[in-house]
Design a binder for this molecule. Structure first.
Ligand SMILES: Cc1ncc(COP(=O)(O)O)c(C=O)c1O
Length: 370
């Protein structure tokens, strides 16, 4: 089976993880600190707090910004549900904004319109912008809008390590950037994530929130200064992350070359729309969009029968039970999100994929959509 994606874990990494396991020092310690330092240097950002998942990262980001009951948060309509679930968990109101059909990212014009037309009782407080599948969102526009309406910006860069907007790493534009190290992501620690920020006070608060609200006094004693979570990363995960990051730039390069090859083979298919190739894209996922005349789920099954794993890309939140029942009366127009959810097809992509496999995948797709 040609896998949709696969983590790359070397013998050297297995060895490094085993060595940490043998030490018996398993929870957040020197390797977590080293991983944070490596991420700081890589992204050119002042503070990094490693956590146990991308969802944990989003959750402490909202908690650190005091987003809660009475607040409204603008979220793209097409994403992985965790982006909005944390808003709901914090008891704030989710306001869905439709995305662009070619980048799959929140459409800045529609965001501005949604903020202007917003009339619910909760007060607009933040925007969560998603860099979908590694495509950098237009952070120039998003930051202009956020400044105009005085809103916080949380960047959900779960899929976007290595993605850059105007040469700057995504996740470092807004108040807080959130990353995931799940095995489908660019680098993996099994489960894992991180928040990044250039704001010292937010970094301090997120450090507390990650670890039960514990503050260490100078004499080594500790106090619990706020109600926090346990969102710590383990030492054996962190050591894996340190190694993964060393290979990462070459993996991004390889992904980009493989995407170019897909484009070469698929660009003339009138039934398939390819995403816009934005400068600075990290290509965590390549999702194409099938014409509405084609049954996408059927396509997934038929590709599977040919030994090719493909899948839907992300979800249209307004089409999911929870969000539909709570927010469909809001009458947002989310047609593009809905279409991407129904017709989007994520294709196999990983740095170890062979060009010959892409030739085969493209051939099978063309046969299916004729
Ligand atoms: C856009 C986005 N945000 C958040 C998450 C959640 O990350 P995690 O699975 O590490 O909790 C994901 C995971 O797929 C994602 O794609």
């Amino acid at each position: 089976m040609i896998k949709l994606s696969q983590p790359i874990i070397s013998e050297e990494e297995i060895q490094a993880v085993s060595e940490v396991l043998r030490t018996g020092m398993l929870v957040q310690g020197k390797y977590v600190a080293e991983f944070e330092e490596s991420l700081k240097a890589y992204m050119n950002v002042q503070h990094v707090v490693a956590v146990s998942s991308g969802t944990a990262a989003l959750h402490i980001a909202l908690a650190a910004l005091n987003i809660g009951e009475g607040d409204a948060v603008f979220v793209p309509g097409f994403t992985f549900p965790a982006t909005a679930n944390v808003v709901e968990i914090q008891k704030a109101r989710t306001v869905l904004v439709d995305v662009d059909a070619k980048t799959y990212n929140m459409d800045p014009d529609k965001l501005e319109e949604a903020i202007k037309n917003y009339s619910e009782k909760e007060k607009p407080k933040a925007i969560i912008v998603v860099h979908e599948f590694g495509a950098p969102a237009n952070m120039t526009r998003i930051m202009e809008i956020a400044n105009k309406f005085n809103l916080f910006v949380v960047e959900d860069a779960a899929c976007a390590l290595g993605a850059k907007w105007n040469g700057q790493h995504v996740g470092t534009f807004g108040d807080i950037g959130c990353f995931s190290w799940h095995p489908r992501k660019a680098i993996t620690t099994g489960e894992g994530g991180a928040v990044v920020t250039n704001n010292e006070a937010l970094s301090y608060k997120m450090n507390l929130l990650r670890n039960h609200g514990i503050e260490r006094n100078e004499d080594g004693s500790m106090d619990f200064v706020l109600p926090g979570f346990n969102y710590r990363l383990t030492e054996f995960q962190a050591v894996l992350g340190i190694h993964q990051l060393k290979h990462f730039d070459s993996w991004v390069q390889k992904r980009s070359e493989l995407v170019d090859y897909y484009y070469e083979l698929l660009k003339n298919c009138s039934n398939i729309q390819l995403p816009e190739k934005i400068e600075g894209h990290a290509w965590q996922t390549l999702m194409v969009v099938l014409d509405t005349s084609i049954n996408r789920n059927d396509c997934i099954q038929k590709l599977k029968n040919k030994g090719i794993e493909a899948n839907l890309g992300a979800h249209s939140l307004i089409d999911l039970n929870y969000y539909k029942s709570k927010y469909s009366a809001d009458n947002q127009i989310l047609n593009i999100s809905t279409n991407l959810f129904k017709q989007g097809l994520a294709l196999p992509l990983s740095p170890v994929l062979e060009k010959s496999e892409i030739t085969n995948i493209s051939k099978e797709i063309k046969l299916l959509i004729r």
